[in-house]
Design a protein around this ligand. Sequence first.
Ligand code: DC
Length: 231
Amino acid sequence: MKKITIAIDGFSSTGKSTLAKQLADWLDYIYVDTGAMYRAVTLFAMQKGFIEDARVDQGALENALKDISIDFKKNESTGVAEVFLNGINVEKQIRTLEVSALVSPVAAISAVRIKLVSQQQKLGQNKGVVMDGRDIATVVFPEAELKIFLDASAPTRAERRYKELIANGDEVSLEDVLANVVERDHIDSTRKDSPLVKAKDAIAIDNSHMNLEDQFHVILQLAKDRIAGRI
Ligand code: DC
């Protein structure tokens, strides 16, 4: 069967990764969580002391980019790909609110984007990939056969992320999570390099009032139609 590239972009906590994982499982495609890659670079910068008072030492991080290697490896018991930073599993560490609070300024640095975009393009070069992020349809794979742009209201998204963090044992307040969601939306969509925008040919879906199953079926049908060349 013909393999395609599926790009899923959208604001933070719109459920992009859940949808991308569902599609990749069903289609037997590779799933790439590009946000996790920006989060891993942010964790690296934090560990090296390149971030102080929420300010990133851009020069120091740029010089150290060659020392960063990011890989995904499947956790055999959960079946989910986890992120490794220089050989160490950082899947849990990169999901904290602390990393979320610092990732947008790191992701705004062009040298960081050049490195990660090039790795993302290699991961998807043979098609059969579902990739989620902010610039997948506009920069990483502008030729993707199916482009989805997800959105939901900020309070809905904050509540979803809050529940995830609490389930992970993080002690956070809904108020702080909402503030982070709003702040990241602003930085991600106003940065100079590859801002978050809907690609002209992307299909926009607001899932504020949609359950995961309904959303999955709508988008899976679109994917099947694209694969079969019906649309
Ligand atoms: O999807 P996420 O919330 O895990 O992404 C974390 C941050 O990484 C997000 O706030 C912006 C950045 N990002 C990006 O700039 N480009 C991408 N393709 C993916 C994420």
